[in-house]
Design a protein around this ligand. Structure first.
Ligand SMILES: O=C(O)CCC(=O)C(=O)O
Ligand SMILES: [Fe+2]
Length: 312
């Protein structure tokens, strides 16, 4: 009998890696190949301790329990950055965004909106978590640049050229007697990277190149590191932008935590990534303008949005 195994995401240990060592070089290669093939991988990253993650999850439960009148105070000029409440198309879903979450001041500003007398503990935990995850993002980016031999450009993609949106989602289980489940439809993210984690309730699915679905089962201390449209464009299409969705069919609330990164200024394909086999696909573009354009046009929910924005 032929056994058909389910596809799974590559798992890569991202702890204790130092540039220049053999394990660093090997990991550069694994990370790049995983993103080329799947758009993403599961990173084991213990720098975010189980304790910190649990504290963040506990504070999210309390955050979502606040009255809607309080949560709607979280507004943003950028569509989808602020509070998204349950509505008739997605009655079981809610989401809150914290802009610039790697800055303690910005997290405190958000906390002061939610708790007028402040919530120092909340701010401190979210800020630590976002900062540690931003370091994972920086490391993965450096590895891919190095693997393609274009490390000399990394400075323009470092932390001071990046903005970070921390967004937390709550998916409620289907109500008794009803068959509606909370979902997120198939899409690619409009970020550079998205780094995801969750509580113990699964739901995230990744689409493979041959249209199979991987249901992600998070390991302890793990994060799904996803390349998104802008990193795909930067790589001239060598990297895959992760197509994914959420189908929540657990019996308990699902909380997911995403750190989205955005590149400030111009993004352009390095000359080294253009050759006969890979003719230039994307003109230089401004990521933040792409977000603006995409939220207005909303024609494509997947990586084709990039082609329509700055395709050659
Ligand atoms: O909840 C998740 O695991 C993923 C959410 C997602 O895809 C998104 O916010 O773009
Ligand atoms: Fe997404």
């Amino acid at each position: 009998m032929v056994s058909v195994s389910q596809p799974t995401l590559p798992v890569i240990n991202m702890d204790d890696l130092k540039p220049g060592t053999e394990s660093w070089m090997l990991t550069c290669d694994k990370v790049t190949r995983a993103i080329e093939e799947y758009g993403c991988f599961m990173a084991v990253y213990e720098r975010v301790s189980g304790e910190l993650k649990n504290e963040v999850l506990d504070s999210l439960r309390i955050l979502f329990e606040l009255p809607i009148e309080t949560k709607v105070k979280n507004t943003s000029d950028t569509p989808f950055y602020g509070y998204l409440g349950p509505n008739h198309t997605r009655p079981l879903f809610e989401s809150l965004g914290i802009e610039n979450a790697t800055s303690l001041d910005h997290v405190q500003h958000f906390a002061n909106l939610m708790w007028p007398s402040g919530n120092h503990r909340f701010s401190e935990k979210i800020h630590s978590y976002a900062s540690l995850v931003s370091e994972l993002e920086a490391m993965v980016k450096q590895m891919v640049f190095q693997s393609y031999g274009v490390e000399k450009y990394i400075e323009s993609y470092n932390k001071s050229s990046t903005t970070y949106l921390f967004r937390v989602n709550k998916y409620k289980p289907a109500e008794t007697g009803k068959s509606n489940v909370a979902t997120t439809s198939i899409h690619t993210d409009k970020s550079f990277f998205t780094i995801l984690s969750q509580n113990h309730v699964n739901g995230l699915q990744i689409q493979t190149k041959d249209d199979k679905w991987i249901t992600v089962e998070f390991l302890p201390s793990s994060f799904v590191v996803m390349a998104s449209d802008v990193f795909m464009a930067w790589s001239n299409g060598r990297l895959r932008s992760t197509r994914h969705r959420v189908i929540m069919n657990g019996q308990e609330d699902r909380y997911s935590i995403a750190l989205f990164t955005f590149k400030k200024g111009i993004t352009e394909v390095p000359d080294e990534l253009v050759d006969e086999e890979h003719p230039l696909r994307f003109k230089p573009f401004n990521h933040l303008k792409f977000i603006d354009h995409h939220s207005k046009s909303a024609i494509y929910v997947d990586e084709r949005a990039m082609e329509s924005f700055c395709g050659v």
